[in-house]
Design a protein around this ligand. Sequence first.
Ligand code: FMN
Length: 305
Amino acid sequence: MTQSYIPAPWRTQLDATLAKNIEKAPDPFMVSVLQMSTVTTDGRPANRTIGHFGYVGEKPVHATLPAYIEAQADTDPDEKTAQIKSLAALGKYRSDIFVLETHMKTKKVAQIQENSAVELCWYFPYTGEQYRLRGNMHLLSSPSQAGSKERHRILDEQLRPFCHPVDEDVSPIPFDWETLRLNRLFNEPIAFRSWYTWDYNGQRLETLSEAERARAVGQMLDCPYLGEIPTRSPEEGGGLDTQSKEFGQTQHALANFALGLLQVEEVEYFNNNPATFGRIVYVRQPKDQGNQPGHSEWAKQTMIP
Ligand SMILES: Cc1cc2nc3c(=O)[nH]c(=O)nc-3n(C[C@H](O)[C@H](O)[C@H](O)COP(=O)(O)O)c2cc1C
C-alpha cells in the first residue's frame, strides 16, 4: 500500500501565492523565474536566475516522446521496454521535489557535484511575498555520463519514496528516471532547446583554440532554434525521421541536458506587506519523528520578522 500524497504545507502556500501572481502578471513567465544559489569549490556563494518547471512526476508526456524512444537504436532492449512502459506514468505522480532544467556544462552543475547544498529564492512582486527553499540537489544527467546507474540507485532510494501516484487505487506504473529526463527536454520551449546543442557553455571565446572557436560559433549558427523532429510518411515506413537534422540535434541536446532534483529541507517565508508582515519557517522533521514512509512531517515555526 503506497502512502498517498499530502503536499507539504509550504507547497500549498507557495502554489496559492504563485496562482495569485500569475493572475495579476501581464505574462506568467514574469513570476515563474527565481534565484538559485550554490556554493563554489572555494566556499563562495554563486547566484543566478532559473525557471520554474514544476515538480518531479507532474509533467505530462510529450506527444513525440514515445516515437523518439522507439527510434533509439543504441538503447539496451530491456531499458527501452522499461522506458516505453513508464510513459504511462508521466504526469501521473505528485511530489514536492523541485525540478531544475539545466545544461550539464554550466558552473552550477560542477558546484552541485562538489556540494549539493542549494538555496532557491523566489520573490513574488504582486503579493510582496518571498520564499527561500533550502535543501540538497540531486543531479539527473545523461546515461552516457559515468556513474549514472549509481545515481539512479540513489534517486530510487532517496527520492522515489516521496513520489506518489495521483490515483492511488490503481496499481501504479513506476516511472523511469531517464524517461522523466527525456520528457523534460521534449517539453522545453523551442527557443531554449537549442542551448543544449552548444558544447562550449560558459567558456571564454578568446581562450579557445582556433579550431574549437570555429566549432563553438558553428554550433550556435547551426542550431539557433531546435524544432520538432519531422516524421516519415507511411510509405517511407512512418515514425520519426532519424536521418533529419533535428533528430541528430535532439540526441546531441540530450547529452548536455540535466535535471537538478531538489529535496527541500527548510522553507523560510517572508511577507512584506504592512498588514500581514511576518516570517514563518517550515522545517522538515528528522526521519524518526513519526513520519510515514515517503511522507515528511513539517514543523511550522513563527519567527519575529
Ligand atoms: C529569465 C532567466 C531564466 C533562466 N532560466 C534558466 C534555467 O532554467 N536553467 C538554467 O540553467 N539557466 C537559466 N538561466 C541562465 C542562468 O541565469 C545562468 O546565466 C546560466 O545557467 C549559467 O549559470 P552558471 O554558469 O552559474 O551555472 C536563466 C536566465 C534568465 C535571465
